[in-house]
Design a protein around this ligand. Structure first.
Ligand code: SAH
Length: 346
């Protein structure tokens, strides 16, 4: 049996066509799945009984199994999901002023081995399937609907959970199709979906050509030596090439690439770093998200002081970079950036 959440609307149309069923039915089925949140084919009352049976004979509609759910003081919620093979992943639901943002995972574990990140410590286990990515979104919408909140209030998605999304490229792109699918599907606007990468250059270029979502790049350093020591991927895809790929990244005229920059005490937080960052990003349409390092017990790195962080930010702002410090939410429940570990680490 196949999981129906693995299908884009187009793929489902082809599947139906192969069975002699008119492909436009895929749109109707998608509405039931993603707008009305059906759990069975029997609920899809505008399909014939025969069609419902045919679907139920071959396809499954499934939700993720919630192993644990934690709520932070700032109302951020972290979901620990147990997948069918017993592996675990986490999603984080972040309430903002007038909407929610969902931070989704793309892999079980991660192979990038970034020195500051807790997910890296558990190593790489496997890529998520399309349905595992999509179910995080669909189930989060279902969850807020059960609380009598308009599900469309969950309007923003960031691929900033566990894993490197561009290392799971094929499933990422199909998932984005479903996430962006207009009146039939999850209906997220391109402006409100961001994919964050450690910097896998060929896939960055491909993403720009094949999708219209926002790109975020985890920069974290302004020279190759520091960046390679923090992020081994930099040895393969060094700064200069990375920034060139960003410069030529295909996007809408008014869009900008987000550069994430973790501030780590004594590592990448000097005034010289700030000046260099300005210089490096000058030719690129960019905005900078400074992320004060979230400390955790598997790392000796420390977060700079508030003053050091605001001084760093000021240098960027004074030189006309668009920049802000990201307030990581949910750090009391290990839901903040770089703190997701699911059950990877014993
Ligand atoms: N692999 C992707 C997606 C993960 S996003 C990527 O690298 O972009 C996770 C973000 O959190 C990245 O920008 C990363 O640099 C940041 N991060 C990781 N560990 C962190 C920590 N301990 N404190 C603050 N930010 C962290």
């Amino acid at each position: 049996m196949e999981n129906i959440l693995d299908f884009t609307r187009e793929d489902l149309g082809t599947w139906l066509d192969d069975k002699g069923i008119r492909p436009f039915r895929a749109g109707q089925i998608f509405k039931w799945l993603y707008i009305k949140q059906a759990d069975t084919f029997d609920q899809m009352t505008d399909l014939s009984k025969d069609l419902r049976k045919e679907l139920a004979d071959h396809l499954l509609i499934k939700r993720l199994i919630v192993d644990d759910r934690q709520i932070s003081k700032d109302k951020t919620e972290k979901f620990l999901y147990r997948l069918e093979d017993g592996q675990h992943i986490e999603s984080v639901l972040i309430p903002e002023k007038d909407h929610f943002t969902l931070c989704v995972s793309s892999q079980v574990g991660c192979a990038q081995n970034c020195k500051f990140c807790l997910t890296a410590q558990g190593g790489f286990i496997r890529n998520l399937t399309i349905s595992e990515i999509i179910a995080q979104v669909r189930d989060a919408r279902f969850y807020i609907r059960q609380k009598d909140i308009d599900p469309l209030k969950l309007s923003n998605i960031v691929f900033m959970g566990m894993g490197e999304p561009l290392a799971n490229y094929k499933n990422l792109v199909k998932s984005l199709k479903i996430i962006r699918d207009s009146d039939y599907g999850l209906k997220f606007s391109a402006k409100r979906v961001s994919v964050s990468t450690s910097g896998i250059i060929p896939k960055i270029t491909q993403l720009g050509l094949e999708t219209d979502v926002n790109l975020a790049v985890s920069l974290n350093a302004t020279d190759d030596k520091t960046r390679s020591s923090l992020m081994p991927i930099n040895k393969k895809y060094p700064l200069k090439q990375l920034l060139e790929a960003c410069q030529t990244f295909t996007m809408k005229p008014r869009n900008k690439i987000t550069f994430e920059y973790i501030l780590i005490k004594g590592v990448n937080d000097t005034k010289q770093d700030a000046f260099k960052l300005v210089k490096l990003l000058k030719p690129i349409k960019s905005k900078v998200n400074l992320i004060p390092f979230n400390e955790h017990d598997k790392s000796i790195f420390k977060c700079p002081s508030k003053k050091e962080i605001s001084d760093f930010l000021q240098i960027l702002l004074d030189r006309n970079l668009t920049a802000m410090t990201r307030k990581s939410k949910g750090d009391d429940i290990l839901a903040a950036c770089g703190q997701l570990k699911a059950k990877l680490i014993p």
